[in-house]
Design a protein. Structure first.
Length: 255
């Protein structure tokens, strides 16, 4: 997987379950883009996320969305305003801090924010990393305990397609709304726990990809039905080919 890290940083949000006390902790500076450990971690993270993203959302208009206002300040800066990626990242954590305070059952974690480029498209990824206790055995055959991150926990994460966001006013989806620029991972029975994460980003038009896919399949089948074929078998082949092509395009969008 070829990609280039443009900016990255890790902050922390301290919160215990069933508590409303939330403490943001900010790293002093960004991580170097060529840091071998963060590059390796990001590669594995993107590979895992691409196969797990299953839910999409749009971004609420800037006038009612502080995250969107901050995004514009960072990505389309004014000449008289110095607002760096680092500044933007701290404001993201502030929005998460405010939102998570309203959800007693949610817990804090480490907020990894990555701005990267892949296939000539820039993305912004925000992931809440959770430490898990794991056990291992060293070379001397002694057991040890360590705190590590898991690649399986993506229920508090988002990947934002910045190109789609920039073109949202000119790109309307099949449902009449702007094309969705957020890609989330939703796990079964976890929607209420992670709703605060979407609130922090000002997400709207949240929908599972299964619903979008079914809508597109139906639209594709309706289109094929308007075409003329020599026989029924030819129509079935065309329908199957269009459906396979649609699935290829949807799978490509997840990469």
């Amino acid at each position: 997987m070829s990609f280039q890290i443009l900016n990255t940083v890790i902050h922390a949000v301290k919160k215990e379950k069933n508590s409303t006390t939330v403490i943001p902790i900010y790293r002093d500076n960004c991580i170097k883009n060529d840091d071998l450990l963060i590059v390796d971690f990001t590669s594995k993270l993107l590979s895992a996320y691409s196969s797990a993203a299953n839910t999409w959302g749009d971004i609420r208009d800037a006038e009612n969305n502080i995250f969107h206002q901050d995004l514009i300040k960072w990505y389309t800066p004014a000449e008289d305003l110095h607002y760096s990626f680092y500044d933007f990242s701290k404001d993201i954590v502030d929005q998460i801090t405010l939102a998570i305070k309203e959800k007693n059952t949610a817990t804090g974690g480490y907020v990894l924010i990555i701005h990267y480029e892949q296939a000539a498209v820039e993305f912004l990824m925000v992931v809440m990393l959770k430490l898990e206790t794991r056990f291992g055995i060293d070379d001397a055959l002694n057991m040890f305990k360590s705190e590590t991150f898991s690649m399986d926990n993506f229920h508090e994460s988002v990947r934002m397609n910045l190109k789609t966001w920039q073109n949202r006013s000119n790109s309307i989806g099949e449902d009449g709304n702007p094309e969705r620029c957020f890609a989330f991972v939703k796990k079964k029975n976890e929607d209420e726990v992670t709703r605060y994460f979407r609130v922090a980003l000002g997400c709207e038009n949240y929908a599972e990809s299964a619903a979008n896919t079914n809508h597109l399949i139906k639209a594709t089948e309706d289109y094929v039905a308007t075409l003329k074929f020599n026989n029924e078998e030819e129509a079935k082949v065309a329908k199957r080919e269009k459906r396979d092509k649609l699935h290829e395009l949807l799978a490509e969008k997840l990469k």
